[in-house]
Design a protein around this ligand. Structure first.
Ligand code: NAD
Length: 290
């Protein structure tokens, strides 16, 4: 994007965490922002706080796993601001599912796919035809994770699988938009900032599931961040937090640069290299087991 000022951004999962940090940064860039989230209370609070300085922001309750809900988000955005230029497909959940791939309940997969994969597909389906018709510059940012991109954690198979799908989906989208000569950029966001550390967001606790994806066995919904911190401390690793504003900086910087891979330069280099080397040598993927 050559210019962000005056442009309209839609951010799913925008009521908290990384999505909210993006919203704050986009507003600071002079953009108009629509945040979409399934959590109405968090949405109201976020809009209330961010609208305080007269910022142009709206909140639309949305369930990204439902196409009709994402279509209603598009229509509400067009009604309010008349255009869309940046779409961040960012909403995400922790399913609370851990363990052996073959032992997962089928609803563990369905829930993870419904938000992380269908959430992105629905965003593309609802918005891209409009963006093509609208013409001019636009950009789609799909949030993945290093767990999906290149260093899957074997114990979190559902999460790693869906985040990997987001990478491939984004590569296909980029290729096809390029082929038709459109001015719509695409990015995969690996949430990182200048400071290498933990991202303190809501994803550390498993989300409440809608009835259609209810597990047979109750899942642990406690916040896992404290456990992670204790593990870091026990390993003698200093506990550092990455300010979420730094992730938003990675996004804004990537938008101006029309960068497909939105990741802090040099981050995960060893993991990317290791995976590539292993593929080239057809070796066993021992490095993946985490
Ligand atoms: N926090 C991390 O360490 C980390 C690392 C890599 C990737 N990510 C990814 O970043 C994205 C943002 O997560 P976060 O860490 O800010 O977590 P978060 O829980 O703070 O934010 C996620 C938001 O998505 C919303 N949401 C959940 N289901 C939804 C649905 N069906 N429809 C609409 N909104 C929904 C939640 O209500 C929440 O506000 C996710 O895709 C996550 O997988 C996070």
């Amino acid at each position: 994007m050559k210019e962000l000022r005056g442009k309209v951004a839609v951010i799913t999962g925008g009521a908290g965490g990384i999505g909210r940090a993006m919203a704050e940064r986009f507003l600071a860039e002079g953009m108009k922002v629509v945040i979409a989230d399934i959590n109405q209370d968090a949405l109201d609070q976020a809009v209330g706080e961010m609208a305080a300085d007269g910022a142009e922001i709206a909140g639309v309750r949305t369930d990204v796993s439902k196409l009709e809900s994402v279509e209603a988000l598009r229509d509400a955005t067009l009604d309010r601001f008349g255009a869309v230029h940046v779409l961040c497909n960012n909403a995400g959940v922790a399913s609370g599912a851990h363990g052996k791939v073959w032992e997962h309940e089928i609803n563990d997969w369905r829930f993870a796919f419904s938000v992380h994969v269908y959430g992105v597909i629905n965003g593309i389906n609802a918005f891209v035809p409009h963006l093509l018709e609208q013409g001019g510059e636009a950009h789609i940012v799909n949030t993945s994770s290093n767990n999906g991109g290149f260093s899957p954690i074997a114990s979190a198979a559902t999460y790693a699988t869906v985040k990997s799908a987001v990478v491939t989906l984004s590569e296909c989208l980029w290729g096809q938009l390029h082929e038709v000569g459109s001015d719509i950029g695409v990015s995969v966001l690996f949430p990182t900032g200048k400071t290498k550390g933990i991202l303190d967001t809501g994803i550390w606790a498993a989300a409440e599931r809608p009835p259609e994806f209810a597990p047979d066995e109750p899942v642990d919904t406690s916040n896992k961040m404290q456990m992670w911190i204790q593990m870091q401390e026990a390993a003698g690793t200093p506990v550092v937090f990455t300010p979420l504003s730094e992730v938003a900086e990675t996004v804004v910087d990537g938008l101006y640069a029309n960068r497909f891979w939105m990741v802090e330069e040099g981050r995960f280099e060893e993991a990317v290299q290791a995976r590539t080397d292993i593929i080239l040598r057809r070796a066993d993927p021992d490095y993946q087991v985490g």
